[in-house]
Structure formats: C-alpha cells, structure tokens
Design a protein around this ligand. Structure first.
Ligand code: NAD
Ligand code: KPL
Length: 306
C-alpha cells in the first residue's frame, strides 16, 4: 500500500523525536530544512541522531529545502510558535488541496494564524507533554516520556493515519476538546514559567511562593471561565501545585530559553492570556503585572519581549 509521506518542518527537539520514530517504523518521512547550507551540513552528518536511555542511533531521514517542488500532503509543523505562521506561508504553495498540517506548537495564537494562512489545508492542533532537547547539531535526546493529544476544533472526525503513530510508539489520543487541553497547558505554563524566570529558580522553588502561585491560579481560572473554558479551570491550583512538586528539580522551558539567551514563546503564553483578558474587558491585575515584569526582564536582557 502507498503511504502518504510525512513532511517534517523543524529538525529540532520535537521534530527529530517524531521523524526518528516514524522513520524507524519504515514510514516515508522527509525533513524540510532552512536552506542549501543547512542541507549540506545535514548530509555531512549523515542523518539525525536520537539518544534514548543513553544510547544514540543514527537515522538517515531524507531531507530537502523549501525549494523542492514535491507537493506536501501531510506536514508536521515542529517549529516554535513564533516561526509557525511565516514558515507555513512559505510552504503554502506546496500544500496539496486537503493537505493536513499537524501543529505541535505550545501555547495559543499560532494555531489560528497558521489556519488563516492555509485555508485549503486541515489544521490539526496538538498538545504534547513529551520532553526532548537538542544535544548538538542534528542530535536530540529524548528526555521525558509523555503524551500527545491531537484534535481539530473545526472537525471532530479523526484522521485515518493515527495507527501510524501507534505503530511508531508515539503515545497519543484524539480528542474533541483539544482547545481545552491547550488552554489548560497554557494556564499551567502561565502560573509556573514566568515566576521561575523572575525568581531565577527551579520549578520546585516556587513552593516558597505559595500565595503568589495561588493568586495567579485564581485569576487564570477566572480568565478560563470567561473564555468559555470552564473545564480547563477545574482544580487548576491543585494541578499547578502537583506539577511544581513533580518537576521540582527541573527548570521550566521558559527559564531554559532565557538562560540560553534564546527567544521565549511569551506572546503565545502569558501574552496571549493577557490579550484575552483585555478582549473580555477583565481586569486581572496580578497576571497583567506579571506580564509587564516579564517583558521588562526580557528587555533588560536584550531578548525579544514578544
Ligand atoms: P526547537 O527550537 O528545538 O526546534 C525548532 C526547529 O524549527 C529548529 O530546528 C529550527 O531551526 C526550525 N526552524 C525554525 N524556522 C525554520 C525555517 N524557516 N526553516 C526550517 N527550519 C526552521 O523547538 P522544540 O523544542 O522542538 O519546540 C517546538 C514546539 O514544541 C514549541 O512550540 C515548543 O514549546 C513545543 N514543545 C516542545 C517540547 C520539548 O520538549 N522540546 C515539549 C512540548 C512542547
Ligand atoms: O510545560 C512546562 C514547561 O516547563 O514549559 C511545565 C513543566 C509544565 C512547567 O510549566
């Protein structure tokens, strides 16, 4: 049987994790790389290396640049939220009618921008708790087993290819409530990540700031209810406390970005939450002050604040 090829944009942490697992199952996968120089570097490396449980394995996944003329029927978009719209706009002419685009971006806002840029494609939103990090050029370490929820707010019918994810060992579930999942994760990230940056601490150190965490969770729960996401607000504080405890030794993803001098996804997390509060004319003073403080902090470090 002829399988629909997976095109993967973003040979970073999650893109590599997906590419290697699909490719080792014998599924057709092609990476889309930035330009000819990156393609040459990739060809010199001979493929992607995925390290799992201390052992690295090389996967010679085929790659091409944006300039390829091959039509794309299924695209896994594995870049950061701030790159998603621009990247998909460049790929739009190659997307076949009815193509599917799977969006792995954290936070909210980038998914709607992508969907508007490619109205001829079906956009499937994802929310993942898997963890991976880049350990070198074309090298990724699988750091934390997790789960990926997939869904399409515009169409509840699940795609036929989910069995390819099962066969590839990618734990996942189709859900009609993907927006609730994304809002819930956004709220968790808003309650934890900015505080870890501003206090310059590990997630567990937020146990020293219980009142600050509780006040933010109360405002985030109010926001979720006003945004039509009451389910995402249920027991939010308890879950935030549980995550802080379960990930006590870790630095949040935003803290890691800042520590490496990299751009954060602030506009798709706390920035998105504050913009939603403004749209609903809600005054959420602690959340809004946290946003201002984070913006100032990033600016002082010379990092983008959007
Ligand atoms: P990453 O920075 O490791 O990878 C992104 C990749 O996209 C990079 O290789 C970059 O070069 C590539 N890219 C960007 N613009 C490009 C362009 N124009 N052409 C070609 N390639 C381009 O990011 P990541 O950690 O894989 O994160 C991707 C998304 O997944 C983010 O929204 C992140 O929040 C989310 N996420 C990541 C993890 C994780 O453990 N890494 C877990 C859950 C969610
Ligand atoms: O997802 C996270 C992150 O660091 O981005 C957790 C661990 C939930 C902290 O918000």
């Amino acid at each position: 049987m002829q399988r629909t090829p997976w095109h993967i944009l973003g040979a970073g942490s999650l893109g590599t994790l997906w590419a290697c697992r699909l490719a080792r199952q014998g599924l057709p996968v092609t990476l889309i790389l930035r330009d000819a120089a990156r393609l040459a570097s990739y060809e010199t490396a001979g493929g992607l290396t995925l390290t799992e449980q201390g052992t690295g394995h090389l996967y010679p996944v085929p790659a091409e640049t944006f300039d390829s003329q091959v039509p794309i029927k299924r695209l896994l978009l594995a870049c950061k939220a701030y790159d998603a719209e621009q990247v998909v706009t460049r790929l739009a002419p190659r997307l076949a009618e009815g193509a599917e685009v799977i969006l792995l971006q954290n936070g909210l806002g980038s998914q709607d921008a992508v969907a508007a840029a490619v109205p001829h494609a079906r956009c499937i939103f994802a929310s993942s708790t898997e963890g991976a990090f880049r350990s070198g050029d074309w090298q990724v370490t699988f750091a934390g087993h997790g789960f990926t929820w997939l869904g399409d707010p515009a169409n509840p019918v699940q795609p036929y290819w989910l069995n390819e994810l099962t066969d590839s060992g990618i734990p996942h579930q189709w859900t009609a409530d993907i927006l609730t999942r994304l809002w819930r994760k956004l709220a968790l990230n808003c309650a934890i990540n900015p505080l870890t940056v501003l206090h310059d601490c590990r997630n567990g150190d937020l146990q020293q700031h219980p009142a600050q965490v509780a006040t933010l969770c109360a405002e985030l729960a109010e926001l979720l209810e006003h945004c039509g996401q009451p389910e995402a607000a249920v027991n939010l504080l308890e879950e935030v406390q549980r995550v802080i405890q379960a990930t006590a030794a870790n630095f949040s993803s935003m803290h890691q970005d800042v520590a490496r001098g990299q751009r954060t996804e602030i506009s798709y997390l706390l920035g998105y939450a504050c913009a939603a509060a403004d749209r609903h004319c809600r005054s959420l003073p602690h959340l809004q002050r946290l946003h201002r403080q984070l913006v100032q902090h990033l600016q002082a470090l010379g990092l983008p604040s959007t």
